[in-house]
Design a binder for this molecule. Structure first.
Ligand SMILES: *[C@@H]1O[C@H](CO)[C@@H](O)[C@H](O)[C@H]1NC(C)=O
Ligand SMILES: *[C@@H]1O[C@H](CO)[C@@H](O)[C@H](O)[C@H]1NC(C)=O
Length: 340
């Protein structure tokens, strides 16, 4: 009997606490959010910027990639579809500045680079039409400045250079170019070119062993001189020395469910993060110090809604914002550091 009264008193007390708690500590949703945060080590690093873009109707097709020119505050988006402008140029605050589709067939990956003389954007084109199978540089107004590859013709040659479904590229401030080729075509390779487009080194073998690729889909370079490749079909990330091309290691333990479609570093260099298309997820891993690749241990995630399908992403090196091209949701979204 005494036990009954203790329980009843406890129940009444708990109920009173809950009611008072929800009166004074905000609505139940917020409360459960606080509760969840206390019991998971994960604190969100980023939050969605609901104010970007200014008009979501500007995405009239399916955005496959995004590239940020942080020096000039420009965000490029490449979308696929019929009778639409394929390249959109937006401001950092989400206004559409201009657009073009001239000489763009089927965009896949992008990289924004700037010189003191010119604002440029590079696009990998996986189309099978007369502009496809190329890696192209445009100025910020859509004038075609440089074409690598044989337009309209896929191939495996190195001289002259040919591509088949070139997936993405990364360009260092020094002008050195890293290209992953490609997205399920004839080639599974990572090429490094000099600023005047001469081959510096190459890993070109299909397969599952070290340095081999199966759909090398995204590439980036860190401040410690390592090249990171999202080897999507092999469900891993491989790392290379950017000078010699030497294999440094790989991460596969994070990708038992699905391989990475995109790889980037946060602007502060603290995290390397990757997108998983079908899981609709971004995952953050502490960036390993120079001289070691360490292990893949996810410390934070951004779980997007089902079917959003993040394809390729890019980072604003000045503001730290992350832009995500979502082929399921047919939009690009902007995430900003929670601390800002
Ligand atoms: C190019 O974009 C314009 C609108 O900006 C559109 O009217 C035209 O059909 C597009 N062309 C192609 C080939 O998609
Ligand atoms: C995502 O799922 C689709 C449909 O099941 C599949 O065809 C595709 O290969 C998957 N993509 C990846 C990266 O696993």
């Amino acid at each position: 009997m005494a036990r009954f009264w203790v329980c009843a008193a406890a129940a009444v007390f708990s109920l009173a606490f809950l009611i008072l708690h929800s009166c004074y500590c905000g609505p139940p949703m917020l409360r459960s959010f606080v509760f969840v945060n206390r019991w998971t080590p994960e604190k969100p690093l980023y939050r969605l910027d609901l104010d970007w873009p200014k008009y979501s109707e500007m995405f009239t097709g399916t955005p496959f990639c995004v590239a940020v020119d942080s020096a000039n505050g420009l965000v490029y988006v490449a979308q696929r579809g019929d009778n639409i402008p394929k390249i959109l140029v937006l401001s950092e605050d989400g206004h559409l500045l201009r657009a073009w589709n001239y000489t763009v067939d089927t965009p896949h990956g992008m990289f924004a680079a700037s010189t003191p003389y010119e604002q440029t954007v590079w696009i990998t084109d996986v189309g099978s039409g007369s502009f496809g199978h190329t890696v192209k540089m445009y100025n910020s107004f859509g004038d075609l400045v440089q074409v690598l590859g044989t337009p309209g013709k896929k191939g495996t040659d190195l001289n002259p250079l040919q591509f088949d479904n070139p997936a993405e590229l990364y360009i260092e401030d020094t002008g050195e170019i890293y290209i992953v080729d490609g997205d399920g075509g004839l080639n599974n390779r990572l090429l490094k070119l000099s600023p005047d487009f001469m081959m510096l080194w190459l890993h070109g073998e299909s397969g599952t062993g070290p340095t081999h690729f199966n759909i090398p889909h995204s590439v980036t370079v860190d401040s410690a001189g390592r090249v990171w490749v999202a080897d999507r079909g092999n469900k891993r990330i491989q790392m290379f020395d950017k000078v010699t091309g030497e294999w440094l290691g790989m991460w596969d333990d994070c990708f038992t469910e699905e391989g990475p479609s995109s790889v980037r570093f946060t602007a502060d260099g603290k995290y390397v993060f990757f997108a998983q298309l079908n899981l609709s997820r971004l995952s953050f891993v502490a960036a390993p110090p120079a001289g070691s690749v360490g292990r893949c241990s996810v410390v934070s995630t951004i779980q997007l809604a089902d079917q959003v399908s993040p394809h390729l992403v890019d980072v604003d090196r000045k503001t730290g914002a992350i832009y995500v091209a979502e082929i399921g949701a047919k939009q690009v979204q902007k995430y900003i550091p929670s601390s800002s």
